[in-house]
Structure formats: C-alpha cells, structure tokens
Write a protein that binds this ligand. Sequence first.
Ligand SMILES: Cc1cc2nc3c(=O)[nH]c(=O)nc-3n(C[C@H](O)[C@H](O)[C@H](O)COP(=O)(O)OP(=O)(O)OC[C@H]3O[C@@H](n4cnc5c(N)ncnc54)[C@H](O)[C@@H]3O)c2cc1C
Length: 440
Amino acid sequence: MPKSISVLIVGGGIGGLSAAIALQRSGHRITVLEGAKEFSEIGAGIQVPPNTACILDAWGLLDKLKENAVCPSSIIMRRYANGEIICAAQLKPDMTDKYKYPYLLIHRADYVKLLYDAAVDLGVKVIVNARVQSVDEETNSVILYNGKSFQSDLVIGADGIRSKVRRVVIGDNEIAPYSTNCAFRATVSAEVMRSDPEISRFMNDVSSNFWIGPKRHVVGYPIKDGTLYNLVMILPGVAAADKWNEFGDLNEMKESYNDFDPVLKKILSYVTSCRKWALAELPSIAQWVSRSGTIALVGDAAHAMLPCLAQGAAQAIEDSATLGILLSNINSLEDIPSILRIYERIRRPRTQIIQKQSFENCNSWHLPDGPEQRARDDAMSKADAFRRSETKVEGVKSPLQWSDKDFQPWLYGHNAISVAKNVLQEIIENPSSLEERPNL
Ligand SMILES: Cc1cc2nc3c(=O)[nH]c(=O)nc-3n(C[C@H](O)[C@H](O)[C@H](O)COP(=O)(O)OP(=O)(O)OC[C@H]3O[C@@H](n4cnc5c(N)ncnc54)[C@H](O)[C@@H]3O)c2cc1C
C-alpha cells in the first residue's frame, strides 16, 4: 500500500486548488489555506489550452468545464490602427484534431468554482481567511497571521507571484517580481455587443482577437457561454503591485487606445467599469524545493510569466498533475525529498521556455511601426502556411507562438500526466537511472 501523507497547500488559486485535486486523488490528506476571506474571482476570462484540457479530462472535469466554456475558431492578430487581419491561427477543429483536446475560453469565476467544488467533493479541507505569515522548514509547519498553526508532512507553496513560501525555499536568493506593464480588464454584455451592427460580428464569429500595436495590445473574446465579451488591455505603466482588484480609471483606459482601430474603440466605448493591475513576472528561479526537501512551489510562486502565451494557469495545472502522479506511489516519508527534486527537474526546464516565449511574444507584439514590425507581420501572415505545409520549412520560425510549426505541438501536445507516469515507471523499474539524467 502506498503511504498516505498530510499536505498543507498555501494559496487557493488555480495552482493551489489543482494541486489539492491532484494530491487528494493520489490518496493524500490535503488542507488548503487561502488568505482571502472568500473565493471571489474578477469578472474576466481565461484561456484553457489543450495541454490543460487533457489534465482536466483525466480528472473527470472537462465535460463540466465545457458547460460554461466557449470554443473559439481562431486566434486573429490584427493591426492596431485599422483592425486589418495580419494572420489567423486556426484553433477549431485544428487543436482537437492534432492534440485530441480543444482550446477553450472560460470565465475565471467558473473555472475556480469548478476546481473548488471538485477539491471539496474529493474531501480536501479548504480553510479561507487563513493568511500564512511564516513557514518553518525545520518542522514543516506554517503560522497564520491570526496565530493559528498547522503542521504536515509536505508543504506546497501555491501563494502566487509574491509568495511567502518561496522565501523559505530559495532563502537568501530571494528575488523580486518585476513589472513594466499593467493590464486593464473589463467586460461588455453580449446584449450590448449584439445590439451594435458594427461590433456584433465579434459575438457571432467566436474568435480570440488581438489588436497589436506599439507598446500595447488588446485581447477580446466572448466568455460565459457567449453572454459576455471579455477584454484585456496591456500597456506600459504601473498599478498597485499587491492589489489585483483595484478599480481602473475609465478615461485613462479609453485614452490609452486613442490611436487604435475605430471598431475596437467602439467596443471600448461600451465599457462602464474596469480593473487595473500590475503585470509582473519572475526571473527563472534555481530551486523549487527547500533544502529540507519537504516544501515545494507550484504555479506563479515558481514561474510567474507574462500572460502573452496564456499559459500561467496552464503551467500551474501541469505542475499539480505532475506532483500528483509522482507522489502517488511513495512508501515512506523519506521518499518525499527525492520525488520533489524529480518534480523540479521535470517541470523547471519546460516552464523556463514558456516564460521566455511569453516574454518574446509580448516584445514582438509591441514593436513600434517600422521595418521590424513589417517583417514580423510578414512572417506572421505566413505562419499558418508554414504550420500546415507537409514539408518542413527549415529555419522558418513564426513570431506567433500559437502557430509555430515546432513550438505549437511542443506546447499543446504535452500531456503532463503521461510524462510523469513514464518517469514514475522508470523510477520503479530502475531507481538509479534517474540520478544519471540531470534533465528529464
Ligand atoms: C491579464 C492576465 C491574463 C491571463 N490569462 C491567462 C490565460 O488565458 N491562460 C492561463 O493559463 N493563464 C493566464 N494568466 C495567468 C494566470 O492567471 C496565473 O498564472 C494563475 O492564475 C496563477 O495561479 P496561482 O494559483 O499560481 O497564483 P494566484 O492566482 O496568484 O493564486 C495565489 C493564491 O494564494 C493566495 N495567497 C497569497 N498569499 C497567501 C498567504 N500568505 N497565505 C494564504 N494564501 C495566500 C491568494 O489569495 C491567491 O488566492 C493570465 C494572467 C493575467 C495577469
């Protein structure tokens, strides 16, 4: 019989809740400590790519997610000034045909509720209003601001980009998140969108539209079963670093896009309130596991990235699925440190590449008008042709990661559960083989 361990998860975001599901499914006893007073997500959308959909399917959650999700036909990149289409990367049915799983858009609140309900149904204990003040590596215990303390066999830090748990894991090497951009988020009701003939097409042809321009871009797509149009607007600037739900200034938001496509401005004219926050990322961190080997990081706490590849939450879920499989067959508490180090070796290289590509997407989308921008647009417009062509075009790299012939299958064709199962099988068959391979 594999050993059942107690696990404390600090943070009940998408990373913490998915880690709770994965680890409870593996027979462990999980407590999630969430600092907020209640689970509330802002009214915004999130993209759920095939590399997440396959994990949710394995957990029996994909059909439920689909009930509230929208399946877009394409990702359309547009020129900021006039909305002209630069390229369209097809998602439906391409993603399902190639990677067996769809690319979906969902409301964050629906996503978190799905994960929360699944965790609670499995028997996870979720405690809200439980903000962790400190973590003790020696005793594997945490102390809350209200003085309560908890102890467990394993502590998972899923407490986001400004993680307290990370400080214990990387010690003196603590790094600060950095940010040069901020984001406005808003929604417009489908009713309003549909009532205006100039913009109603964005509700009828369901796609994810990007208007990309110098130093800023806007993403728009329908969510909530097509009842809301979701907008994310990224631009240089600052917002309160620790307040994710701050109201934004509507005039500032609209004026920031003054020189954008008149059709987009029409959509923005219907926005009646918006939120603003800092868009921060982390440099790659060297350790995800404490020296004691009993504390590990998942999600943004380990690898916060810019949202320009829509993979932050997706990678958190891949982390969780990997941990769940690797920890499904431990025989004693002594196994935990070596398993966690294998987790880090599997996950760190992949998330490093995705962090870098997210950054590069953002840089490329924000080019000023000029020769580099024209070369980018030219390469993007050929991107789908490259990806679809049967013959491999050597040396051709699409600046749009969604379309790149090599990057797309690497990103979306990845099944973190299968990868972890293969590694686990190797450990069982030949434990020493893993020591010989620094990267998995
Ligand atoms: C504009 C934008 C768009 C995005 N779009 C996408 C997308 O389309 N697809 C995608 O996959 N990703 C996307 N992301 C990224 C994604 O939102 C994040 O990567 C993901 O939410 C990270 O989840 P997490 O659980 O690791 O961290 P968080 O969501 O930050 O959750 C951390 C949790 O820990 C709690 N917490 C913090 N400190 C403590 C403490 N001391 N004690 C107890 N609890 C604590 C917090 O209250 C919070 O609930 C986007 C991000 C942004 C900013």
